[in-house]
Write a protein of this length. Structure first.
Length: 767
């Protein structure tokens, strides 16, 4: 218990004490609180503050008992506090000691009657001052002291939850900082910018103590699933990694412990005489306060525009897992708070009286809404109707906050709003930044020649054989930089439910020429567009190259990026996009699509000598941007010396999809530049039982076959080859959950076998 109290003191730094008393004020407070149970004759005869501050007999009694039981410092501090309360709360002046001095002489005090708790009836008005008995004073002092401790500990224990997440996030920040400082320095030593000579085989195996520790953490915590061989499902919850499960389990355990320990109870408490009543009241208060305290956390972890993503390098999906469980814990605490107070009301036979109070009804509403938020957030409901989930999530969450504000409006000073207002601020900042991103990406005002205002333009087509919608978007912002790992939330505003938005990875990017310029080939004829992979890094092309070679041509003018998204139509909005395309089967559909982004963080694949990409279906969208980036980094021309050239010597793409038509489309378009590269090879697998293609349909740089790849055999083989060759291997996976779990398990097996050169990267989004 002492440990918890001192931990709370450190974390709270006295800031969580709210309305609790200073230790030297408690003595006098216990005394004047005890006299609330005793009535005195005289004017005024009624009113707590009227009698406490102005009734000569009661004031004299307070002075007398204070002089008997309180030390000098306690008496001075306590009486000063009482005087302040009389002025600020009772709007009365406290009678001075001189005003009642005749009742405080030594003889008068000696002759005062000494009374015990409940010895006198409140209807029995005393004609003279009385002294509190030592037992009465001690009982009241212990009652207030325990209540003060509980009031303080409820907030302090809530702050321990903040400290937990601060520690977890600090570990993520330190790990990211270590990667930035140590690994970058290591690469600078191993790969001199002035030389293309690779380090001798096995030089990377000379691992320091820190590297060994990081490898152990990666092998046993970050790479594996929660339970080996069981996938990412654990106790009906989804966790991508074992580390996520451990962090979440730790917070569940901490929240449970903090909800049931630290109650200072004793028989004879004046407010709640039996220990059971004290535990019910204290636990009801604590679970409610801890539930409130989790609100800022769950909103902070849920935001798209989240500085924690940048600071830790963790994905939105990882923070979203944490968000869900903090929300579930807050809901469980709210349920416990409501149930415990209901039990208290039943025990004192005041259920109907309490339930008719307005602030209680607001609390019941907030409690019901929190449960509805939890229900509509379940995986099955979210997958079945994402649109309904989004609307319900936002509406119910906002209504919950409103209910919580009104539930606690009756408390003096609105002390519990300290948890609610930060939640509102975090939510408002995230929504404001979303709006800023939307305007930034989709509307561009320029004063040069041409259009005054550029807005986002889009066109889409549906390939029925591939069952994929190709959405091509020209952002309103001409200089929008496209990076591997970027994803955007897409809006179609001119719909009845135009507020809906859906996340999609940028599958490919290319560039077009606006009206003010022209791209010329060797013969001098204009070309309309060219692949991203033909360009050096975008930030360089827009600032440094007047005449930029692009393959066999010469570019003159400014560039407009084109983002390509591959969308698999399911239900809801994506199905509506498919229907729009089917109504115009032979021409692209020009739909109004707005971008919100970019979000996401890319992975430095160019620092790895060997890269294995395993993707499924539209998961190819995660691979193509890295391939385009590889080509750009390998290109000559205007590449800046400050940019790292790729150290990659071999890239293998393994793509599994149901429709061979999807493969044909990309090999003829986005993947075509890579197929001619000596350092690239691809294996395509078709799983659709009704799909038919020619058995000899293979091309330079790739093969196509029916069935699924043996991922364990493939990954173990590539990991062994990389280990023997002294190369670092990066395994990038994006696809269905089953495929990702199989790849993760195989990578974990490879690392446990000692293939330290392996790095696993999973591009997956759990919305």
């Amino acid at each position: 218990m002492r440990f918890l109290r001192w931990l709370g003191i450190i974390l709270s730094a006295r800031g969580v004490r709210g309305e609790t008393l200073a230790n030297d004020e408690l003595c006098v407070t216990a005394i004047f609180s005890a006299y609330n149970y005793i009535s005195f004759q005289g004017d005024p005869a009624k009113g707590m503050w009227d009698t406490r501050c102005r009734n000569p007999l009661k004031v004299a009694s307070i002075y007398a008992s204070s002089e008997r039981y309180c030390r000098d410092g306690e008496r001075l501090a306590g009486l000063a506090q009482l005087s302040k309360l009389c002025q600020e709360v009772g709007h009365r002046e406290l009678l001075s000691r001189d005003a009642v001095a005749e009742n405080l002489t030594r003889e008068a005090v000696r002759d005062m009657r000494v009374v015990d708790y409940l010895e006198l009836s409140r209807a029995d008005y005393q004609q003279s001052p009385v002294l509190l008995s030592a037992s009465y004073y001690g009982r009241m002092f212990n009652t207030l002291d325990s209540w003060q401790f509980e009031t303080w500990s409820h907030h302090a224990f809530s702050y321990i939850g903040y400290a937990y997440w601060a520690g977890i996030l600090s570990l993520g920040i330190l790990y990211r900082l270590w990667n930035w400082m140590f690994l970058t320095r290591q690469h600078q030593i191993e790969y001199s910018p002035a030389s293309s000579i690779y380090p001798p085989t096995g030089s990377w195996r000379q691992l320091s103590l820190v590297e060994n520790a990081v490898h152990w953490v990666s092998t046993h915590l970050i790479i594996p699933a929660p339970l080996a061989g069981r996938g990412r499902r654990l106790l009906s919850c989804t966790f991508t990694t074992r580390a996520e499960a451990i962090v979440v389990a730790g917070f569940w355990l901490l929240s449970l412990i903090l909800s049931v320990v630290g109650y200072r109870t004793f028989p004879g408490n004046i407010y709640w005489p039996d220990v059971t009543s004290q535990i019910l009241r204290y636990s009801a208060d604590r679970t409610g306060i801890m539930s409130f305290a989790n609100f800022p956390l769950l909103l902070l972890l849920a935001g798209r525009n989240n500085i924690l993503i940048w600071a830790t390098g963790w994905s939105f999906a990882t923070l979203n897992v944490f968000h869900r469980h903090v929300a579930r814990i807050a809901t469980v605490q709210a349920v416990a708070h409501s149930v415990l107070y209901f039990v208290i009301c039943v025990r004192i036979n005041k259920v109907w009286k309490e339930m008719t109070k307005v602030y209680v009804l607001w609390g019941v509403l907030a409690f019901v809404l929190m449960i509805l938020v939890l229900i509509t957030s379940l995986d099955r409901i979210r997958a079945a109707s994402y649109e309904m989930f989004m609307v319900a999530h936002i509406v119910f969450s906002v209504a919950t906050l409103v209910g919580c504000f009104y539930h606690t409006i009756v408390f003096e000073g609105h002390e519990y709003w300290q948890y609610l207002w930060p939640s509102v601020i975090v939510w408002a900042i995230d929504r404001f930044l979303r709006l800023v991103r939307i305007v930034y990406c989709n509307v561009h005002v320029r004063l040069s020649k041409g259009k005054l205002i550029n807005v986002t333009e889009s066109r889409m087509t549906y390939d029925e054989a591939a069952d994929v919608i190709r959405l091509e978007v020209n952002p309103g912002l001409p200089g929008l930089e496209v990076r591997p790992g970027d994803y955007y939330f897409l809006y179609q505003p001119f719909r009845f439910t135009g507020w809906e938005n859906h996340p999609f990875t940028v599958g490919a990017s290319s560039y077009e020429v606006d009206q003010s310029g022209a791209q010329l080939d060797i013969s001098g004829k204009p070309r309309n567009s060219f692949d991203n992979s033909q360009l050096p890094l975008l930030s360089e092309t827009l600032t440094g190259c007047e005449n930029l070679e692009t393959g066999n041509g010469l570019y003159q003018g400014s560039l407009i990026p084109k983002l390509t998204f591959w969308i698999r139509p399911y239900d809801g909005w994506t199905q509506q996009l498919r229907q729009q395309c089917l109504r115009a089967p032979n021409q692209p559909v020009h739909a109004t699509i707005l971008l919100d982004g970019p979000y996401g963080q890319g992975f430095p694949l160019w620092r790895y000598e060997s890269v294995l990409m395993i993707v499924g279906g539209t998961g190819i969208a995660a691979a193509v941007p890295y391939l385009q980036d590889h080509l750009r980094r390998c290109a000559n021309g205007c590449s800046s010396p400050s940019k790292e050239k790729p150290r990659t010597r071999e890239i293998e793409l393994v793509w599994t999809t149901r429709q061979s038509a999807f493969i044909r489309d990309l090999t003829d378009r986005e993947l075509k530049p890579m197929l001619d590269q000596e350092d690239f090879r691809a294996s395509f697998y078709v799983t659709g039982s009704s799909d038919r293609f020619r058995e000899d349909w293979n091309g330079p740089g790739y093969t196509v076959q029916m069935g699924r790849p043996n991922l364990q055999s493939l990954i173990l083989s590539r990991a062994a080859d990389a280990y023997v060759a002294g190369m670092k291997l990066a395994i990038v996976v994006c696809g269905p959950t089953g495929m990702a779990d199989e790849a993760r398990a195989a990578t974990h097996l490879a690392m446990r076998r000692g293939y330290r050169s392996t790095q696993y990267v999973e591009e997956s989004f759990t919305w």
